[in-house]
Ligand binder design. Structure first.
Ligand code: ARG
Length: 255
């Protein structure tokens, strides 16, 4: 009784002091659900259909959680806030098309990738389609992304405009406020199809990247469990099936 009492007190104190949400595997498993954040403005990967968060990554995480016997409690927040929030223990994981980079690996851990992609130039008729043509051009990108990093590395660009959402950068291209938009190649493909009258066209792939789920640094058991679930989804064909539902092709990493 005493033990239970002091445990309860200790637990109460921990709750009062820490707004902790990034929990270890045992705690998550016991609670029956994992708290996962995404953005919700990056179709077809993560977006809102009415008030429902949906997309390739939402389906992938729901399927991973199901393999682990868990439900997902979803949160949505701005892309640039996701890594900082993981570090502040505000949720257990984030799935929002984060490329695995050395810089990010200094502050968070990644699972194995759920897809492989790259940053591509999107433009309008007569606009720059190659990296070498971006000199003296205005480039639009989403803030805190690998596209922003790539755009800043372009030599001689006139300006790099950063937008809170990738869809804002897309709109800026459509309305002619930027000459080129750098985004994910599958986002680009879908945007070109959806905005047929805007005359968007895709150009050169500037870099490739592997996209994975983010967890708190050192949350190894959670990372391992998510990797195990992902491997099962690969092996039983579910991952490919989810990919084909959103992209009509298999975008999962082949090596
Ligand atoms: N793949 C890019 C990166 O790693 C962009 C991801 C943007 N994700 C989003 N949900 N808007 O930075």
């Amino acid at each position: 009784m005493r033990v239970i009492h002091s445990l309860a007190v200790a637990f109460g104190l921990a709750c009062a002091v820490l707004p902790a949400q990034a929990r270890d595997w045992a705690t998550i498993k016991q609670s029956g659900s994992i708290v996962v954040a995404s953005e919700g403005a990056y179709a077809p990967f993560n977006y809102f259909q009415g008030s429902t968060l949906t997309g390739y990554e939402i389906d992938v995480m729901n399927a991973m959680a199901a393999k682990l016997g868990l439900k997902v409690e979803w949160r949505a927040l701005g892309f640039d806030a996701l890594i900082a929030s993981i570090r502040q223990d505000r949720f257990d994981a984030a799935i929002a098309s984060h490329g695995i980079t050395e810089e990010r690996q200094k502050s968070v851990d990644f699972t194995n990738p759920h897809y492989c992609s790259g940053g591509q130039i999107v433009t309008k008729a007569g606009g720059p389609t190659k990296g070498s043509e971006l000199a003296n051009k205005v480039i639009g990108v989403q803030l805190a992304t690998t596209y922003a990093d790539a755009a800043k590395k372009v030599t001689g660009a006139k300006e790099v405009k950063t937008f809170p959402k990738d869809t804002d950068a897309q709109q800026a291209l459509i309305s002619g406020r930027v000459d080129a938009w750098v985004t994910d190649r599958f986002v680009a493909k879908s945007a070109v199809e959806k905005n047929a009258s805007a005359g968007l066209k895709t150009g050169e792939l500037l870099f490739v990247e592997r996209i994975a789920t983010v967890v708190r640094k050192g949350n190894n058991e959670l990372r391992d469990q998510l990797n195990k679930a992902l491997a099962e989804l690969k092996a039983d064909g579910t991952l490919k099936k989810i990919s084909e539902k959103y992209f009509k092709e298999d975008i999962t990493c082949q090596n």
